[in-house]
Design a protein around this ligand. Structure first.
Ligand code: GLN
Ligand code: ZN
Length: 763
């Protein structure tokens, strides 16, 4: 008999119950008891929904983040959070979100304000965790209360519980040393705490514990590999069985190591590492369980069950009881329940599986393995029909798009002339002053604008009334920019709910769910659009608004688009063709829009690639291949224009050192980036690389309500000019202004424009 299990379940709730409860608690509108009660309700519901499994994950529930919970469990709080004498959960939130100083003087050392912990992406997902902090003085002390309480709850519910914890090596790997401590040097201090934890779980009668070591799918130096061996030799015990879990990719050169570790079982991502199965079967000692992640935990597509059984049945025959099956990774990265979707097109809906449906698929596979395919003949037939329908659907395949992709040649990504020639023509035409000022695109998204959009969507507002309302907003936005004295204006993006969804909604090949939310961090969720078919653009998407905006001003209007790589990286994408091909299709669609904008007389076009960096593969050895096709897609989208048309791009992050060549390869005439918090030091990378084109280093942080001063901006730009010739610098904020109020934007931009004027006086 094959054993079924799950690595983790989404905790946010099918209707984002946890999000709303958290936000209400943070606002002081509901009690902590109400919040913890909701947590218990969600856990209970989620265990109930997983009850068909042989082993159910416990401890995967978190009010904020599982890595932060691990830091608390291991007694590794940043110094600034250690002396809090309130409730632990409140301290979790303090570290997660930061808190501004408040309350009585005598509490400055305990309850006063603290800075939020740093947040970063969990491997190659869009989930963000709170980075553990280490110093030479870091010590660890076990507090397993949270996990043990969840275990007790699960037991009371007669759940066949398998506690889930992050392993010691991945925990150290995920953290950051705040001094020059070598994180691995802390392993000796950490292992006794893990040993104690395993002993406590064993004392509770736990048979299996899942220890996640996702570092196993990354490129590990010899010392990290040795650390894994050392850790699991130290932790080896007869009292509890360890299932060591890897996911998100193949093991590659860590495979022999993973097979050798003295644990009772190994979980591998069989969706991404199918090719490694023969080596695994050869190298894994015959007393160990092999858990295969056979259902993709990262996408929303139905699995092809018959095809899976074709390769899985022989493995099951070979392994017998030693075979376990599960989703490839925690289901944290997919929405909860397809059954909630009432508005999705019926065809597309029939091709999808969210978390609960994925568990159903797993159950079908298990039954087929245990009792033969005939025992689930109806389920398999239904699955086969859906897979076949999707494969042959004319909604998925568009021959014209396929033909256009096959005609892509390097010439398509090539501007007419090199940058020095272009910039001369552009300068002559645009006649901008030195240190030209601009913004990144969006202006405040007021409650009124949101209401206009949602009433229009709900059919309560006519098309004509909607257009009038948006035009009024654009006109207002342009009046404000003219009054501020900005040089290159934008229309303000009032018509856009989201920079990807807006384009997805107008492209053929995209679908939208109502409840397809996935946790991004804390209470924040995203609802990625579903890229299901060949992408085409039935009609212009932005031209009408930009043309209207340009008609209101003599200043140059910057047309605003989202780039193909960002649209791709923020979508659920197809599993039936390479990401690179979907990206090419998006690039062709955006290219058409660029050319239409140019024909409409728009002289400057910005193509945002906010998520280009996010698409980098886990392994560095694969970076170049990704960057090659991503940069090429950008170039295809941008480079069909005349020399005179100025292409801008924007990226709102501050790590360019390892991708600067690719950034330069995009060959945008102007790039605007986030720099204000790095004190312009980020520009060193551009300087060292001799980045040739124009740069707008952000001069103030738009995430903060603080108003920058003219002096500070001047200083920043002077630092910038030490690195980049002044003649190639623009002055702009770090990112779009949609989350700010007009009352913040006007004074901030006033200072920015004043700073640019001061700087001009110096050239
Ligand atoms: N043009 C977008 C805006 O201004 C860019 C947003 C982003 O980079 N995340 O809102
Ligand atoms: Zn940005």
């Amino acid at each position: 008999m094959v054993t079924t299990h799950n690595l983790g379940f989404p905790r946010i709730g099918a209707r984002r119950e946890l999000k709303f409860a958290l936000e209400s608690y943070w606002k002081g509108q509901s009690s902590r008891d109400a919040l913890t009660a909701l947590g218990a309700t969600l856990r209970q519901r989620h265990w109930q929904q997983q009850s068909a499994l042989d082993l159910v994950p416990v401890g995967d529930f978190s009010f904020y983040d599982q890595v932060l919970d691990t830091s608390f469990m291991l007694g590794n709080l940043p110094e600034r959070a250690r002396h809090f004498h309130g409730d632990t959960l409140d301290n979790v939130f303090r570290v997660a979100r930061g808190r501004s100083a408040q309350g009585a003087e005598e509490h400055t050392a305990c309850c006063a304000g603290i800075a939020a912990g740093e947040m970063t992406k969990w491997f190659d997902t869009n989930y963000h965790y709170i980075v553990p902090e280490f110093t030479a003085d870091t010590t660890f002390r076990l507090d397993a209360s949270r996990l043990l309480q969840q275990l007790a709850e699960a037991r009371a519910q007669h759940v066949r519980a398998k506690p889930v914890i992050i392993g010691p090596v991945s925990y150290l790997w995920l953290g950051k040393a705040k001094d020059d401590t070598d994180r691995l040097a802390l392993l000796e201090r950490l292992l006794p705490v893990y040993a104690e934890l395993l002993a406590q779980l064993a004392a509770q009668g736990v048979e299996w514990v899942q220890i996640d070591e996702p570092v196993l799918v990354t490129e590990l130096d010899a010392d990290w590999q040795q650390a894994l061996g050392h850790a699991y030799r130290q932790l080896a015990t007869d009292h509890i069985r360890v299932l060591l879990a890897s996911y998100f990719g193949p093991l590659q050169d860590n495979l022999p190591l993973a097979c050798r570790l003295p644990v009772a079982g190994l979980h591998v991502d069989a969706v991404n590492a199918r090719d490694e199965l023969p080596s695994l079967l050869k190298l894994l000692p015959s007393d160990k369980v092999l858990s295969l992640g056979v259902i993709n935990g990262r996408n929303i597509w139905k699995a092809d069950l018959a095809a899976t059984l074709d390769w899985l049945e022989p493995v099951a025959a070979q392994l017998g009881e030693r075979l376990w099956i599960a989703p490839s990774c925690s289901l944290l990265h997919v929405p909860v329940d397809l059954a909630s979707e009432q508005k999705l097109d019926a065809d597309i809906r029939s091709w999808l599986a969210f978390a609960l449906q994925k568990l159903d698929e797993l159950a079908v596979l298990a039954t087929a393995l245990n009792r033969g395919r005939t025992a689930v003949a109806a389920e398999l037939a239904e699955n086969a029909a859906a897979i076949a329908a999707r494969r042959t659907s004319p909604r998925v395949t568009n021959p014209a798009v396929k033909a256009a992709v096959s005609c892509i040649s390097p010439a398509l990504g090539q501007r007419q002339s090199p940058y020095p020639v272009r910039i001369r023509k552009q300068s002559a035409l645009l006649a901008l002053p030195p240190y030209p000022t601009t913004t990144i695109g969006s202006f405040p998204q007021t409650a009124e604008i949101r209401q206009v959009r949602s009433r229009y969507k709900a059919g309560e507002l006519s098309e004509a009334a909607y257009r009038t309302a948006i035009q009024a907003e654009i006109a207002h936005c342009i009046r404000e920019q003219e009054a501020l004295g900005l040089d290159v204006l934008v229309h303000g993006e009032a018509e856009r709910n989201d920079m990807v969804e807006y384009f997805g909604e107008q492209l053929d090949g995209y679908a939208f769910s109502q409840f397809g939310w996935v946790q991004s961090y804390g209470s924040r969720c995203v609802k990625p659009p579903i890229l299901f078919g060949d992408i085409s653009r039935p009609k212009p998407m932005t031209v009408e608004w930009i043309r209207y905006a340009q008609s209101l001003t003599d200043k140059p209007m910057k047309g605003m688009l989202t780039g193909p790589v960002t649209i791709l990286n923020w979508s659920f994408v197809r599993d039936d063709q390479p990401r690179s091909v979907s990206c090419q299709q998006l690039a062709l669609a955006i290219r058409e829009e660029v050319l239409d904008l140019e024909r409409a007389g728009v002289r400057i076009i910005q193509i945002d690639e906010a998520a280009l960096r996010e698409g980098l593969p886990l392994r560095r050895s694969q970076w170049q291949a990704y960057l090659d096709w991503a940069v090429e897609a950008f170039r295809i989208s941008a480079n069909g224009v005349q020399d005179e048309t100025q292409i801008h791009t924007h990226m709102c992050y501050s790590e360019f050192n390892d991708i600067i060549a690719a950034i330069a390869g995009m060959d945008a005439d102007v790039i605007t980036i986030e720099t204000s918090r790095s004190d312009m030091e980020l520009l060193d990378v551009f300087d060292d690389f001799k980045y040739p084109n124009e740069i707008g280093p952000g001069v103030y942080d738009i995430h903060s309500p603080n108003i920058p001063t003219r002096e500070h901006i001047v200083q920043l730009m002077q630092k910038a000019a030490e690195r980049i010739p002044a003649g190639r610098l623009w002055v702009n904020p770090d990112c779009g202004l949609k989350t700010r109020q007009w009352a913040e934007v006007i004074p901030a931009l006033t200072q920015m424009v004043a700073a640019a004027r001061t700087l001009r006086a110096t050239v």
